[in-house]
Design a protein around this ligand. Sequence first.
Ligand code: UDP
Length: 469
Amino acid sequence: MERKGRRLVLFPLPLQGHVNPMLELANILYYKGFSISIIHTSLNSPNPSKHSHFTFHAINEGLSVSKTSVIDGGFLSLLNTKCVEPFKECLARLLSDVSEEPIACLISDCLFYFTRATAESFKLPRFVLRTSSATSFHVLAAFPILRERGYLPIQDSQKEEPVVEFPPLRVKDLPALPAIDTSVDPTAFYQQVYSLVNETKASSGLICNTFEDLEQSALTTLGLDFPIPIFPIGPFHKTILASSSSSSSSSSSSLLNEDQTCISWLATQPHKSVIYVSFGSIAELNETEFLEVAWGLANSNQPFLWVVRPGLVHGSEWLEPLPHGFLENLNGRGKIVKWAPQLQVLVHPSTGAFWTHSGWNSTLESICEGVPMICTPRLVDQMVNARYVSHVWKVGLQLENGLERAEIEKTIRKLMVEKESEEIKYRASKLKEKANLCLKQDGSSYKALDSLVSHILSLESFSFQAQRP
Ligand code: UDP
């Protein structure tokens, strides 16, 4: 690909579900001819050696894992305060470096809403990346109306009622912080939502990791509501494969070590027999829920591959709450790892279903491989994603009544072995085809990516780098 002679500065939020799509986007734009500089926090910093074609610039925001081990509503506001000065200094340094190509724009995670003021102070165009679904963003953008009409804050007595403005969502599907998070009052959470929506509206464009056929309605409404262009260029991890003609995507932005032994274990299991279980990088379970999951899996009689990341079980290091001999008694039918190479697992022929917390990356990755899902959403956008999986795309089932072993067993068996799941599997395979089609020449994401590139190049940057000799 011919080089564009322009550099892009990308700024990922330091959480796994945000770092992955931002680095995937970086790869996509690199293959489109841009040079890439990544500014990143010291917290959860990516490994530069895995992306030698980018330059990395760490800022010292002073956040440590211990301060942020519980990701609550306060985390976001802390990030948006602590990063302001070090980010500004770093960006100023990059802009004034005349030995490098001029910077065309900043692309920041939409949750880094403070970056609007910084980019404006340098007169640098700023795009934002939405790493979750367009639908959940559409719902967040409607928060003022949803509050006015009494849906928010969510009252226990209204949880099951429909949100008539957003079918098929119910009140309990609206984005919310987990019930255990008492550190942020709802008003502070709403304030953050307003900030991120308003600062997105003030950007030069919104980049979404989705595709038109998947979220047509939300994308259309956002397009009408937002005075900026929207670029649905996903699914990112598949776009990289399409543009780089390499056989594996950049799953190497993993912040934890991926346990490859699960791939050889999968190879010993029958075709489409394994249920892959992962609740992502943030969600926590209490000990009772963890044991219900364990017994539900054991009693389902299906082979399972379960990611139990250290910290998943609140108050435990790792597997201590499991009964002695739990895995051994399953005679090889279960495998537990701390972190899996998820993209490889989902593409594996032995994988038959994905029991997920409905994080957007996981949802999209599953859709792209035609793997049907069981959904256990825990926080914020996950409830919206889960409802769409079960009731709009109809490629999965949602566990509605918390985590209880008998219901888990029943739901796994329903999806994996019973006849009525045939339609779900068929729809999943059709949606996979659509995900592939949008990336082909003249597909919707292919065209949106071309217009993103043209749009970036068309924006005149008036930053002080323009005064270079
Ligand atoms: N992931 C992984 N290995 C695992 C679990 C998750 O590589 O064992 C990756 C997964 O492929 C996805 C990301 O971590 O890209 C999780 O993002 P998601 O939005 O699904 O959930 P979050 O962690 O943000 O809640």
